[in-house]
Ligand binder design. Structure first.
Ligand SMILES: [Zn+2]
Length: 420
């Protein structure tokens, strides 16, 4: 883990960037022939009522587990239990909340669109270490572990995300065609994949930071290659910088990567000055928030940088790396987001998706290691997506004061640097 990052950027140190709206987007506006699109999966044929607001899928990776490790299999049941407690499952809200059954593993071609083929093939071999020692094997220093089922878990997690994208895109198409015919097709449900292992640290050629495959990068390429959604925005609100996603799309203007993370936290990347290269210059927006940042800073960041960046980019779909470890209860970092912050965030993200991305929006779970905070925060995300009130009862006066001035300087620098 690297530390001691220099975060104090000044205007004079910031390179001038082209506005992303001025970038040439290869393939933009080109219709993808139907023959080039993927075969239709069961997910896209799901009967989605016009009243649906949330479509979720679960990929629990139950056998991908290691005693004492923060990224544990208990995370998914904690979320499902919270959804049940707050009556946010189809059993309680059959018209608004739907659960999609995952149908498949991601294919080699889909995964190798963002990962080196040798790594994808080698994952099976990496797992043999776990088989030899009859228990989880550490394969990277974070530490990242594998069990004998980890390859299957990672491919299943990615496959579930792709199923979800099929379903959300199909719902959006149905809505658009209904609107064209003068009838109401209802709203487009937001997708949420309750999946693990997480993915945003995995790099092209290997595992990193509890992550084996870059699920969100696989999903982004799938949107482009199989649905003709050329401009993908990825918003990563995990407390850690999504270095894997960042690296994969660093020179790619067709993917706008926007990340909020704690300055100086693992893995040490994600400075404001890391803004893309080549054709992708300006298409990476990193906001390293000062420690103790919380609800007010996050709202500021969204309203002043993230929302305007989305408005300028006009994405065809928004994918969200939804990590919940910026919560004040989380043991791995030092930000102070509240449960209600995720409620507000999800509501704002949905509004931006409706306004600028045809309503197409899919959340993929990343981190979040305090089980209570994780469950409650995902439940409040659902509440926000449903337009219902926050469930958060915590007294925010018990939190430390936020570094508003320091955060304000960062946001001003980001606005100037990205011409927002
Ligand atoms: Zn994280």
């Amino acid at each position: 883990m690297r530390s001691g990052l220099r975060q104090a950027l000044t205007h004079c140190e910031l390179p001038h960037l082209r506005a992303t709206s001025q970038l040439h987007i290869p393939g933009r506006g080109v219709n993808v022939p139907a023959a080039c699109r993927s075969s239709v999966h069961a997910a896209s044929q799901l009967a989605i009522p016009d009243t649906a607001q949330i479509l979720y899928v679960t990929a629990a990776g139950a056998q991908h587990d290691m005693p004492g490790h923060a990224e544990c299999a208990a995370r998914i049941p904690a979320i499902l239990e919270a959804l049940d407690t707050h009556q946010l499952t189809p059993a309680f809200r059959p018209d608004e909340v739907l659960q999609l059954e995952p149908t498949r593993l991601a294919t080699f071609e889909e995964v190798s669109a963002v990962h080196d083929g040798n790594y994808v093939r080698g994952l099976e071999k990496i797992m043999q270490q776990a088989a030899l020692q009859e228990g989880p094997a550490i394969v990277e220093s974070a530490p990242t572990y594998v069990t004998t089922t980890s390859n299957d878990a990672a491919l299943r997690s990615a496959g579930a995300a792709l199923d979800l994208i099929d379903a959300v895109v199909a719902a959006a198409e149905r809505r658009a065609s209904s609107a064209g015919a003068g009838t109401s097709g209802g709203s487009v449900p937001v997708g949420f994949s309750i999946c693990r292992p997480p993915g945003h640290h995995a790099v092209r050629s290997g595992p990193m930071g509890f992550c084996l495959l870059s699920t969100i990068a696989i999903a982004a390429r799938y949107c482009q290659q199989h649905h003709g959604l050329q401009k993908v925005m990825i918003f990563d609100f995990d407390v850690h910088h999504g270095n894997g996603t960042h690296d994969i799309f660093y020179d790619d203007p067709s993917v706008l990567f926007v990340s909020t993370h704690q300055a100086g936290s693992y893995p040490g990347t994600g400075r404001l000055s890391e803004a893309g290269s080549g054709d992708g210059e300006g298409a990476s927006i990193n906001l390293p928030l000062p420690g103790d940042s919380g609800d007010a800073v996050m709202q500021d960041a969204f309203e002043r940088v993230i929302g305007p960046a989305a408005a300028r980019f006009q994405p065809d779909i928004i994918l969200v790396s939804a990590g919940y470890d910026a919560h004040w209860r989380d043991p791995l970092a030092g930000l102070q987001l509240r449960t209600s912050t995720y409620h507000r965030l999800s509501s704002m993200i949905k509004q931006v998706a409706v306004k600028h991305a045809g309503g197409r929006c899919v959340f993929l779970l990343e981190g979040g290691y305090d089980l209570k905070a994780l469950g409650e925060a995902v439940a409040d995300t659902f509440q926000g997506l449903l337009g219902a009130a926050s469930i958060d009862k915590f007294n925010p006066n018990l939190l430390r004061e936020e570094p508003r001035d320091k955060a304000d300087r960062l946001l001003k620098d980001a606005i100037a640097m990205h011409s927002l």
